[in-house]
Design a protein around this ligand. Structure first.
Ligand code: GUN
Ligand code: ZN
Length: 454
């Protein structure tokens, strides 16, 4: 009888490259990074069959499988961006003196446009192409208050077979009238979207109260009820990003110990709940995040751009608070998780913490997947996981080539990618085993023609 692994299989593909994946947090266990200098990744039907040393795995290849030789490249699991706003794509890099004026001046007027379904589809398509060009294969995405904006994002994601988590924003006060839902309509629309999209193929839903100031108590309560009905649905919001925002919340919700306590009160802290920023926290807040398994999504490019503050990695680690990385575009200034690592490293330096590149690659892949309860699906090259991965090019630019020719350890190589890399370093991106981006190919979705306001 023929060994099953040797049967000709046209659905099988294989990549000989340097491979990196993780079986834990490298800041806690020294052997958590699994690196193969001469590795082989075998993929079939959208899933990983095997990943490891070429010498050990080559015999498992089906005879008809052509191995793609990428020995000068590094394959890592697809990046996971745990907090990003797709409707803000067209307003990235808009100047404002801090979060609240930035929301009023740019964000809300831009989000108004998402009543237009064609505009929403076009933006969603461009947004996903941009993520893929940066090697990001999974993201937790904020849509606008309009349920059609979530339909647009999910439809574009489904068409590309990406694993995306997204939700319609809930927002019934303290924002322009044209962007408001109500506690009831927000509940109904979210329930309808969960029914339509949650766990349909690779799509997953996130209940998305924008942040406490823009939701009434009735709306947060309704959100908590929906969360209780759907234990595996995600929850995403913002917390403790900016000192003016923190003061505003304490005046809007006077009975609460802290900003985080408002969400706690409504049952919105739990596994699969993800809060952007978590900067102006105290010890009790961090402990509560850790106790409930709630994830802090650290958004360094946004925090520096809006002057929000410095996320404290030492204190997060002391409390055992789960942490992942995110861009927070359009408050964030780059779609690239490599650029996000660059800024995360510098933010950590400013708080006296040395954040290694090895840990940052973990946080952007397996660490995020663990924190989001998706570890069996993405963020890894483990057999049976979904074959989402990125091919990084150490020679992407003359400077990267020069620097990586001289790196003497895995940490130095990853550090060069994190500090010098961006979308240029992403040679190819694969989702469910299919190539969805190639750096040198013409982009499927051309950028819209720029217009300058008169
Ligand atoms: N807080 C409430 N809404 C937003 C947003 O869109 N971006 C950021 N960075 N913070 C917020
Ligand atoms: Zn945000």
């Amino acid at each position: 009888m023929t060994h099953p692994a040797k049967t000709a299989n046209p659905a099988q593909s294989a990549f000989r490259a340097q491979l990196l994946t993780f079986n834990g947090d490298p800041s806690r266990s020294p052997n958590a990074a699994l690196f193969n200098e001469d590795g082989l990744l075998i993929v079939e039907d959208g899933h990983v069959v095997a990943a490891g040393a070429y010498a050990a795995l080559a015999s498992q290849l089906a005879p008809s499988t052509a191995v793609q030789d990428m020995r000068d490249k590094l394959i890592v699991p697809g990046f996971i961006d745990t907090h990003i706003h797709y409707p803000q794509t067209d307003m990235i890099a808009s100047p404002a003196p801090g979060l609240l004026p930035w929301l009023d001046t740019y964000t809300f007027p831009t989000e108004r446009r998402f009543t237009d379904e064609a505009y929403a589809r076009d933006t969603a398509s461009f947004f996903l192409e941009e993520l893929l060009s940066c090697g990001t294969t999974t993201a937790l995405v904020y849509c606008t208050v309009h349920k059609e904006s979530a339909d647009a994002l999910f439809a574009e994601s489904e068409a590309r077979n990406l694993r995306m988590v997204a939700g319609k924003v809930l927002m019934d006060r303290n924002c322009p009238e044209f962007l408001r839902d109500t506690a009831q309509s927000g509940y109904d629309d979210s329930a309808e979207l969960i029914g339509r999209w949650h766990n349909r193929g690779r799509q997953m839903y996130a209940l998305t109260p924008r942040f406490a100031p823009t939701s009434s108590e009735a709306q947060l309560e309704a959100c908590g009820v929906l969360a209780g009905k759907h234990a595996d649905v995600f929850i995403q919001s913002h917390v403790a990003e900016n000192t003016d925002e923190v003061k505003w919340v304490s005046s809007l919700f006077p009975g609460h110990r802290s900003y985080l306590d408002v969400y706690d009160h409504y049952g919105l802290l739990r596994r699969r709940a993800v809060y952007g920023h978590c900067i102006h926290f105290d010890e009790q807040d961090r402990q509560r995040m850790a106790q409930t398994g709630t994830v802090a999504s650290h958004c360094p490019t946004s925090n520096l751009f809006l002057g929000s503050g410095l996320f404290d990695f030492d204190k997060a680690d002391e409390a055992g608070m789960p942490v992942a990385l995110a861009t927070d575009v359009g408050g964030g200034t780059s779609f690239s998780m490599l650029q996000t690592m660059n800024e995360a490293h510098k933010v950590a330096r400013l708080t006296g913490h040395h954040l290694t590149a090895t840990r940052m690659f973990y946080l952007a892949t397996a660490g995020a997947a663990e924190a989001l309860d998706l570890a069996d699906k993405v963020g890894t090259l483990k057999p049976k996981s979904e074959a989402d991965f990125v091919v990084l090019d150490p020679q992407a630019t003359p400077l990267l080539a020069r620097r990586t020719a001289r790196t003497e350890s895995l940490e130095e190589l990853l550090f060069a990618f994190a500090l010098l890399g961006d979308d240029r370093a992403v040679y190819e991106t694969y989702a469910a085993g299919k190539r969805v981006h190639r750096r040198d190919a013409v982009r499927q979705h051309a950028p819209r023609v720029a217009r300058v306001a008169a």
